[in-house]
Design a protein around this ligand. Structure first.
Ligand code: BGC
Length: 376
């Protein structure tokens, strides 16, 4: 009797597993996943990107898809419109189609626990792309840039633009005080905290010394954060700050912005509500070297951006997938920084570069990332 019960339970468990894989002809969980297929053309790789509202994610998706196809993999590339349920259902769909690996740039790093538990049941390998996936054991590897350093670079370029640091990175004494305002990224994106911490560690000594002042008084991450990195929200916040803290003629000298999309909204507020013109715009930073912002930098509006070569990031993610699907260990260069609250996710970190009008040509055009005509 007991044995019959046990057999019944095993049968139910098997049925559930096969049902969950939703890929009858490919077999069950044991067959799918790492090392299961020596032949890439048998393997589907799901690529889940957060949004198409920013050029960088379109380029990321395209680069990853192209490189996987060159290796012979089948791909399913989806963009989720910055909508969490859409991203979850797109990933579920990839699992139903029998994906053997997933490359995911999460909208909110904490919302994929259930769908990644399903991925684990199917032995599907998961690579977190640029943004860490939090709160789950079911993320195998992570590839990104050194996000703390990105924040340091953003703040350093703000200091350089204000003349507090020279081109060689040396502190220049006797300048200031300067008025600055601070923006942070989306609080549900793990990267936003790293950017903020890197930037604030760099700016704090200047704030403590009174060389940098923040007239709005808004110096906390929660006050500075812009949910989902939305430009109109940043524009509105900048307008409100200008009205509340600058209308009596106080001059704003610099704005820490963590993303080019936000910088565009911020510059709109500066020129409209703030009444700043080309010659006297505050120093505004950015990130991603998006074409519109590079044009703005060349035109003397935005001061700087951070170039993160998405070709390198894409190629790193593809190398990781190729290795795990062949049952090999992918190369990592960081095994301590990215704790997702369940485990430290082994990562490969890439280097980013500060871009201003002085070096955009060398870094972006000569490297083949953009054509001259793209940014003119
Ligand atoms: C990325 C940045 C990007 C931001 C907004 C972050 O996760 O690391 O490169 O600017 O998202 O899309």
């Amino acid at each position: 009797m007991r044995i019959r019960k046990l057999l019944g339970a095993v049968a139910v468990a098997l049925a559930v597993t096969v049902g969950a894989t939703g890929c009858g002809s490919r077999g069950g969980a044991a067959e799918a996943g790492a090392g299961a297929s020596a032949n890439p053309s048998d393997s589907l790789v799901g690529i889940s990107m957060p949004t198409q509202t920013s050029e960088r994610w379109i380029a990321d998706g395209g680069n990853v898809e192209k490189s996987l196809k060159e290796l012979g993999y089948k791909t399913d590339l989806q963009f989720a419109n910055d909508d969490i349920p859409t991203q979850v259902s797109q990933i579920e769909n990839m699992l139903t189609k029998g994906a053997k690996a997933l490359i995911i740039a999460a909208i909110d790093g904490t919302t994929l626990t259930d769908v990644l538990a399903k991925a684990k049941e199917q032995n599907v390998k998961v690579i977190a792309y640029d943004r860490l996936i939090n709160g789950t054991p079911n993320v195998d590897y992570y590839t990104t840039f050194d996000n703390y350093t990105v924040g340091v670079q953003q703040a350093t370029s703000l200091l350089t633009g204000l003349g507090l640091v020279d081109a060689s990175g040396k502190k220049v004494d006797g300048k200031g005080p300067f008025n600055v305002e601070l923006f942070a990224g989306s609080p549900d994106d793990n990267n936003a905290n790293f950017f903020w911490t890197g930037a604030m560690d760099t700016l704090k000594p200047y704030m403590d010394a009174g060389t940098l002042k923040v007239p709005s008084g808004q110096t906390k991450f929660e006050q500075a954060a812009i949910l989902r990195w939305q430009a109109p929200v940043a524009q509105k916040r900048m307008e409100d700050i200008l009205t509340a803290a600058y209308s009596s003629g106080t001059k704003l000298d610099g704005v820490l912005s963590p993303y080019d999309g936000l910088s565009i909204g911020i510059i709109s507020a500066l020129t409209s509500t703030g009444g700043y013109g080309k010659g006297d715009l505050p120093v505004v930073t950015g990130q991603d070297a998006e074409k519109g912002s590079v044009k703005s930098i060349i035109a003397g509006e935005q001061y700087s951006t951070i170039f993160k070569d998405t070709r390198q990031l894409g190629s790193q993610a593809v190398k990781m997938v190729d290795a795990v699907l062949k049952g090999q260990e992918p190369e990592v260069n960081d095994s301590k920084t990215y704790n997702n609250k369940v485990k430290v996710v082994p990562a490969f970190l890439l280097k980013s570069v500060i871009i201003t009008a002085d070096n955009y040509k060398k870094e972006l055009i000569d490297s083949g990332y953009y054509k001259d005509a793209d940014v003119k």
